[in-house]
Write a protein that binds this ligand. Structure first.
Ligand SMILES: [Cu+2]
Length: 360
């Protein structure tokens, strides 16, 4: 956010004070910030939410349906929806792309992936659209997964309107770094090929100038390299923290995990007491120096970058700069609804908020 104190907290305070008589016009006047006003509508009781119509959001193209949004704290929705651009955050949460697997003559496992860059209008909150640049049609891009020592081959096709690359974090030759081999728009291709090292949690993203724009537009994803001896079984999830500058002022109006504001608050993630959980968490938020993750009701083990299997911090809150990532492991002691969210509270209010629904 550019001027956080002026923006969210002022709006929220005013909203609370005035909510009894809040008209849609008044809300937007108080907000005067378009998309932010809409994001904050998520924090208001249902009766007020209906008064904030997505059609009046400024700075974002909106749908004509302008349907209301789920409640604050506790969800009222049951069946997870797919966003209008085809992105399904619930499916994305537990989907890992292992590529097309085969064996090389030397016995090494080869995994082949295809990533296509394209310009696409994406739905970042119900009824709010953002003109993104995407890998495989969604933000974040696909979660690429392999095992340490595998040969990975990623065929990149640039069907976008600008030059792009894919820069993978981790170990690889200079000519596979995605920094200097610019792939032209309109169907340009490049194949990245290297041995997957080291095991841990990595990210990938476009590395074309201006970096700020190419990241803010949505060109990033998660790259998991499993250790040769796999981590213990668990319900595994991937979470990418990001933001969207929907009014193009160089600051974010929405914050999310996995691309859609408040999604896992509207559609809580169902888990069980004692079930082993593992989250591959990374931060690709542009414009803000840090993002964070806070879990309610329990503590987790945090393995920074996931490159060491023994050393961890036992905590309930961590922070990450852009490009930082780490593996979170825990299980719930108690049943019930437990929030997880940014501990940068403004980010929470603008969409980075989810719920675990813990059953006995
Ligand atoms: Cu790019």
């Amino acid at each position: 956010m550019k001027h956080p104190k002026q923006k969210a907290s002022q709006i929220l305070n005013n909203s609370v004070i005035e909510k009894k008589n809040l008209s849609r016009r008044a809300f937007l006047k108080v907000g005067s910030l378009g998309a932010i006003g809409f994001a904050l509508a998520n924090l208001l009781p249902g009766s007020l939410q209906s008064k904030v119509n997505a059609e009046e959001v400024q700075g974002s193209k909106t749908s004509s349906s302008g349907h209301g949004h789920g409640g604050h704290m506790m969800s009222t929705k049951k069946n997870p929806t797919v966003m209008k651009h085809g992105h399904d955050p619930m499916k994305f949460l537990t989907h890992f792309d292992y590529g097309k697997e085969s064996k090389l003559p030397n016995g090494q496992t080869l995994r082949e992936y295809t990533i296509v860059a394209e310009d696409k209008e994406i739905e970042v909150a119900p009824g709010v659209f953002f003109p993104a640049w995407t890998y495989n049609g969604a933000v974040p891009g696909p979660t690429i997964r392999c095992t340490e020592g595998d040969r990975v081959k990623i065929r990149f096709i640039n069907n976008g309107s600008h030059a792009h690359t894919i820069h993978f974090h981790g170990i690889h030759p200079a000519n596979m770094d995605g920094s200097f081999e610019i792939v032209p728009p309109g169907g340009g291709t490049f194949t990245y090929e290297f041995d997957a090292l080291p095991f841990g949690l990595h990210v990938y993203h476009c590395h074309t100038i201006p970096f700020t724009k190419h990241i803010a537009k949505g060109l990033y994803g998660t790259f998991i390299i499993d250790p040769k001896t796999p981590r213990p079984p668990a319900k595994e999830m991937v979470m990418v923290m990001n933001g969207y500058d929907t009014n193009f002022d160089g600051g974010n109006e929405f914050y999310t995990v996995n691309g859609v504001a408040f999604y896992y608050n509207d559609y809580p993630i169902k888990v069980k007491v004692g079930e082993k959980l593992r989250i591959y968490l990374s931060n690709m938020t542009e414009f803000d120096l840090i993002n964070s993750f806070h879990l309610h009701g329990d503590m987790f083990r945090y393995y920074p970058t996931g490159t060491n299997l023994e050393q961890f911090e036992l905590t309930d809150t961590i922070m990450q700069a852009q490009g930082q990532r780490g593996i979170i492991e825990f299980s719930f002691t108690h049943p019930g609804p437990f929030m997880f969210h940014a501990h940068v509270n403004e980010f929470t209010e603008l969409g980075w908020l989810g719920l675990f629904e813990v059953e006995k």
